[in-house]
Design a protein around this ligand. Structure first.
Ligand SMILES: Cc1ncc(COP(=O)(O)O)c(C=O)c1O
Length: 473
């Protein structure tokens, strides 16, 4: 298979402000660190080819020696392979995972906003194993999912204000997989899909992977820009709009009732299908979110995607889609060449967890609210230059830095075994280099230790004399 060549301008955009101001580290080393970060983040896809040294040097306005030394260093580390005449190809050193993983003890992962399993997960699987025998006479192929779980999830939606029947629920293998299925069914190459900007990186990847074009609507300082959404829909005639009203990743915002109404009305009037990702819906800390977006305009076509991943545990790999039964019938066909259904044991475990959510979720919210507050206090103490809102829900803070140094900071942190989520992962075409996403999922001592290490890397970048340049995100 021949590998794709990355255009030098795209690489320059992705690299953002890679030069570390005030650093005594040689420039070639700074460039190597920034490129390594892009590879580990998956933003420079494996097997892509980099532009030639001369071209890259010109695009980056550095000497060819700088580029040559950086690439040679990455070759030595095993991140690049060069063949005469065909440039440098991106790869991973043998045995190196894509991201540092706190779980596997290879460093501190501050790029992933997820939690390990609590004791209730083991309990759920124990109950699932006990319930398994009564299902073993059947084939186990359920394209729409286990009927009892569909009933349970439908009842949950009805209780939240959108009356739902079991035949309007399809069980899928997580929210991202659900989005990929919806894209496969509803879109064709070149279709536009409206997203918030910033947005969840895997949604960008799924949209691009379906050969569609994500069109970002910038989030204002607070809430959502309804007029911007309306104008974008009018100007680009998107096939879909993919939104996270409860709670937006990375900002942790919750869409208010008036905005939900306005967005649903725009969707109904323009016949734009809304795909609403509710992965974080159960992780609210101050007040529960309003009714689902699907409740606001009966003429709007709304597909809602849910997940057990954040409410209970990501390892369940289970989610669901709420849509009219005829839409789900078409989705089931789109699914046939993907997976033919979801694993039975995980469905049984999730059924148990949802049935016991009244005991599980309040404790989870309480624990996370505490971690959110501790994380906020630590950041205020150690990083007075960082600006952030306290998230209303979800698992992370969205931090505005005084300058575009997120990539430089993350590249430095990587060398210390700390994997940071730069804002650029959440933006289109390299946007948001002034932002970091810091999850508050780590237990507080581990979080403080990581933040103190980051502080030593941050101080040389923190030009206190630089006035804070406010910009709307
Ligand atoms: C908005 C959003 N959607 C989907 C996912 C992933 O969901 P799942 O694990 O169910 O695929 C995440 C994970 O962080 C997320 O933030």
């Amino acid at each position: 298979m021949s590998s794709r060549r990355f255009a030098s301008q795209s690489l320059v955009r992705l690299l953002g402000h890679w030069q570390q101001p005030g650093s005594r580290m040689p420039l070639w080393r700074q460039l190597a660190d920034a490129l390594r970060l892009l590879i580990l983040d998956g933003r420079l896809a494996l097997d892509t080819r980099l532009p030639g040294e001369r071209e890259l040097a010109a695009a980056l306005a550095v000497s060819r020696t700088t580029v040559g030394s950086a690439l040679a260093h990455l070759r030595e580390e095993g991140y690049l392979e060069s063949r005469h005449g065909s440039g440098s190809r991106v790869l991973l050193p043998a045995g190196r995972p894509m991201q540092a993983s706190a779980v596997s003890g290879e460093g501190v992962d501050l790029s992933t906003a997820a939690l390990g399993a609590g004791p209730e997960i083991h309990q759920a699987y124990t109950h699932a194993i006990a319930a398994l025998p009564q299902h073993l006479q059947q084939t186990g192929y359920e394209r729409f999912g286990l009927p009892a779980l569909r009933e349970t999830i439908a009842a949950r939606y009805s209780a939240r204000g959108v009356p739902t029947q079991a035949d309007e629920i399809m069980i899928v293998n997580g929210a991202v997989s659900g989005l990929a299925m919806v894209l496969r069914m509803l879109t064709g190459p070149g279709d536009r899909v409206v997203v918030d900007h910033p947005t969840y990186p895997l949604a960008i990847a799924a949209i691009q992977g379906a050969s569609c074009r994500p069109v970002g609507v910038s989030l204002p300082e607070r809430g959502w820009d309804v007029a911007g959404f309306a104008a974008t829909v009018a100007q680009t005639s998107p096939r879909l709009a993919w939104l996270m009203p409860d709670f937006h990743n990375p900002t942790g915002r919750c869409m208010d009732i008036a905005t939900r109404q306005a967005i649903a009305d725009i969707a109904a009037n323009t016949r734009t299908t809304l795909v609403v990702d509710e992965t974080m819906v159960d992780l609210w800390y101050d007040a529960p979110p309003p009714a689902p977006l699907a409740a606001f305009n009966s003429r709007a076509s709304v597909i809602t995607i849910g997940s057990a991943g954040k409410s209970f545990w990501g390892g369940l790999r289970l989610g669901w889609i709420r849509a009219p039964a005829r839409t789900l019938a078409a989705l089931a066909q789109a699914r046939d060449t993907l997976d033919l259904g979801s694993p039975l044991l995980e469905q049984l475990a999730t059924q148990w967890l949802i049935e016991h959510e009244a005991q599980i979720l309040p404790a989870r919210r309480q624990m996370l609210a505490l971690r959110r507050d501790i994380c906020g206090a630590l950041m205020r103490e150690h990083f007075p230059q960082w600006r952030f809102e306290v998230p209303q829900g979800g698992l992370s803070y969205w931090i505005e830095l005084p300058d575009s140094v997120a990539t430089s900071l993350a590249a430095r942190a990587e060398t210390q075994g700390i994997h940071l989520g730069t804002g650029t992962r959440f933006g289109l075409a390299g946007a948001f280099d002034r932002y970091l996403r810091i999850p508050f999922t780590l237990e507080s001592a581990a979080l403080e230790e990581a933040l103190l290490k980051i502080k030593t890397l941050w101080l040389p970048l923190d030009k206190a004399e630089t006035p804070f340049r406010r910009r709307v995100i």
